[in-house]
Design a protein around this ligand. Structure first.
Ligand code: NDP
Length: 283
């Protein structure tokens, strides 16, 4: 058999993107599976995105990841969208299937998988989400599609929470409602899963935590944070002290990467290698 010197390519487009550790995790995963794949992190500015996408379509790539500020704009380059991506209106991953470019959003699915890895599911549960940005949209959508009973979305910009809850209520079987995120926000005692989907607490502002009434968190409540740097955020530390079950953002980050890896390669991702690589990079 003749040698093949060509690597399969996967790109990440974003700006800023220099401190995004996904490339290290993916390259370790490709190496662990003996795949001649390369994951290339590229700084693509907002006004350079169209040219970059037109170029990429000629390069026989296996797929891409998108991060800020491209997740919404990327949708219009897709031939098809996953059901969740259609609802969310934003993608973080795309891959080819029968020559067609398919857009998906693995953030929310990664969150569900990280919960499942700890033995929990949103099915039949009351969910309380802080924030209404990209991460909140992805998580709310996947929780709704996974059978959540009700979702409350609290945001400091009420209109954004309202618009997200309208989408969830109209496009899924789950009932969602919006509230204003004010200082000392009380979490209802029948909440099963509380999620910080804001960027509060993300390094370098790791001395911050969402301004909620921590006394309203009940023992045994599942509390999750999308912030992955630091993995043990102040929010999770405070919830754990009260006796909550904590699920950190690193698990979600690994799981969304696992799903993307499997879409590009068609083989099972080496989850442990990916988790260990990411943990090392975070240190
Ligand atoms: P967005 O900018 O889209 O949304 C940010 C959200 O945080 C908004 O709802 C915003 O409220 C809220 N917010 C920010 N600052 C404050 C504040 N001081 N007080 C109250 N609310 C605030 O960001 P993303 O949704 O894309 O990302 C959010 C976080 O999720 C980031 O930390 C990101 O790193 C993390 N993330 C983690 C992933 C993982 O795999 N673990 C995957 C994707 C993201 P408002 O609407 O009023 O501005």
């Amino acid at each position: 058999m003749s040698k093949n010197y060509r690597s399969e390519l996967v790109f990440l487009f974003g700006d800023p993107v220099d401190d995004n550790p996904t490339g290290a995790m993916m390259e370790a995963a490709f190496a662990a599976c003996n795949l001649n794949y390369r994951y290339i992190t590229v700084k693509v500015s907002e006004d350079g995105f169209d040219a970059a996408m037109n170029g990429i379509k000629k390069m026989n790539v296996k797929g891409l990841n998108f991060t800020m500020p491209h997740k919404e704009k990327a949708v219009r380059y897709m031939d098809r969208l996953s059901p969740a991506a259609k609802i969310i209106g934003a993608i973080n991953t795309c891959y080819y299937e029968d020559g067609k470019l398919i857009g998906d959003n693995t953030d929310g699915k990664g969150f569900i998988q990280a919960l499942a890895n700890k033995g929990y599911s949103p099915n039949g549960k009351k969910i309380f989400i802080l924030g209404s940005g990209g991460a909140a949209k992805a998580i709310a959508t996947e929780c709704a599609l996974a059978g959540a009973k009700a979702i409350t979305i609290a945001n400091r910009t009420l209109e954004k929470a309202q618009s997200l809850s309208d989408v969830i209520s109209s496009k899924t079987d789950c009932r969602a409602h919006a509230i204003l995120f004010t200082s000392g926000l009380v979490i209802p005692e029948d909440t099963d899963i509380l999620i910080n989907a804001t960027s509060i607490g993300l390094a370098p502002a790791s001395d911050k935590r969402p301004d909620i009434d921590f006394d309203s968190i009940k023992k045994g409540m599942v509390v999750s944070d999308v912030v992955f740097c630091p993995a043990d955020s102040l929010f999770l530390k405070a919830a754990r002290e009260i006796g909550a079950v904590c699920v950190n953002g690193l698990g979600m980050l690994v799981c969304q990467g696992v799903l993307a890896f499997e879409l590009w390669t068609g083989i099972k991702a080496p989850q442990t290698v990916m988790a260990e690589t990411l943990a090392k990079e975070m240190n």
